[in-house]
Design a binder for this molecule. Structure first.
Ligand code: SF4
Length: 395
């Protein structure tokens, strides 16, 4: 998704927001990475010294304080939190604890909130993970990506297969009972047999959740600029997607979202809120939030972010007020990413008066890509694969 700016930056835009629901998610962006992976287009910052990290943590806590001062802050409740990045596991347990303490001091937090921290295998050990748990973290998302050492090196990752397995084991030793593993397919040099072996190994670890993403050469990444040789052909990429879906299903996982598989009861609550177009606050450089009909993004450069937060300003960079038509398009696209789908009436409303779109939807139904399930509509596994083409038309 991308949302263009509608107006100049404004730090008071959140004060006028009107959250429609009480329970919100909170995304916390930790930008530091010890290195830049070759495919990465995320908002990252080089991991520097302890003083730089301390400055960021203090700025993030100032920003949370500022969010807590918003006129409607007492009326909402934080139900889930997600530390994403960047590499949040560059933060020590005490730093995560301090950030969470600030959230608890400034907001009502739900009982038993889902609190996820994204971790890179080489940056966690049992002691750090035990500290995260003691701070209230309930879920770890482990960035394994691949289990072939040569491919991991090509990606620019700093861990190997051994470190990935050790990090997963450390999660369990630390008592983390909700672990998600991130993997990537369509990687240079990755054939179907190697992929399938890696998938089986990871499923054999018995994680609660697996997220899989196809490699894309995004602008802003090294490979987006230079390209990369050795990419598998499209039919191999599709076979890799299908192989994961089949193996994960055989291991008892639900394919509950295009890119996500979970054991029953272990879906990501934070991400489900995104796909249901629920509301969420965001903090940290480049973090994006959604409240009422407002989508906003914080400024991205770390130094500017820190300076704004230190000056007592909310570091909002861009924002956009969505029209009802945009809102419906989003609701459809996000909902159709999930196995639960959307109310069929939403599709009818979107296609009303648009004969070409109505015909397109009929065609998808006839081909078994769009299924009826009671009064809901959802994509089939084949529909998931072809979803990009439909989503473009629904916006
Ligand atoms: S892919 Fe993840 S670990 Fe690699 S540079 Fe990007 S944010 Fe950091």
């Amino acid at each position: 998704m991308s949302f263009g700016p509608r107006s100049l930056a404004a730090d008071d835009v959140l004060a006028g927001a009107r959250p429609a629901t009480r329970a919100l998610g909170l995304y916390l962006h930790v930008p530091f990475c010890a290195y830049r992976c070759h495919y990465c287009a995320f908002n990252t910052a080089p991991l520097g010294d302890a003083a730089g990290t301390a400055r960021f943590v203090a700025a993030l806590r100032r920003e949370i304080d500022g969010l807590g001062d918003l006129p409607w802050a007492r009326d909402v409740m934080i139900a889930t939190m997600f530390f994403g990045g960047g590499t949040p596991s560059t933060l020590a347990a005490g730093e995560i604890a301090a950030i969470l303490d600030t959230v608890r001091a400034r907001f009502t937090v739900a009982a038993a909130p889902e609190i996820t921290v994204e971790c890179n295998p080489e940056s966690v050990d049992r002691a750090r993970l035990e500290g995260y748990r003691a701070a209230g973290v309930s879920r770890i998302s482990l960035g394994v990506q691949a289990l072939d050492d040569a491919i991991l090196a090509t990606l620019g990752r700093r861990h190997g297969a051994r470190e990935a397995a050790d990090a997963f084991a450390a999660c369990r030793e630390a008592g983390v009972d909700n672990v998600s593993v991130d993997v990537m397919f369509g990687l240079p040099g990755l054939d179907l047999a190697t992929w399938t072996r890696g998938v089986e190994t990871i499923l054999g670890w018995e994680p609660e959740h697996v997220s899989s993403y196809g490699l894309s050469l995004d602008p802003g990444s090294l490979w987006g600029a230079t390209g990369i040789a050795g990419l598998p052909p499209e039919d191999t990429v599709v076979a890799q997607y299908r192989a994961l879906a089949a193996r994960a299903a055989a291991h008892g996982f639900e394919h509950y979202e295009i890119s996500n598989h979970a054991r029953p009861g272990r879906r990501s609550r934070h991400n489900l809120n995104y796909w249901r177009r629920g509301e969420y606050l965001a903090a940290g450089p480049g973090a994006a939030g959604f409240l009422g009909d407002l989508r906003y993004t914080n400024v991205k450069p770390l130094a500017r972010y820190c300076a704004l937060a230190e000056g007592g300003r909310l570091p909002v960079g861009e924002h956009e007020i969505l029209t009802p038509r945009q809102a419906l398009g989003e609701r459809l696209i996000l909902g159709l990413r999930t196995a639960d789908g959307v109310p069929a009436a939403w599709l009818d409303e979107r296609a009303a008066g648009e004969a070409a779109l109505a015909r397109r939807l009929d065609d998808w139904r006839a081909r078994g890509l769009l299924l009826a399930a009671g009064d809901r509509a959802r994509l089939s596994e084949e529909g998931f694969l072809l979803s990009d083409a439909l989503f473009v038309e629904l916006l």
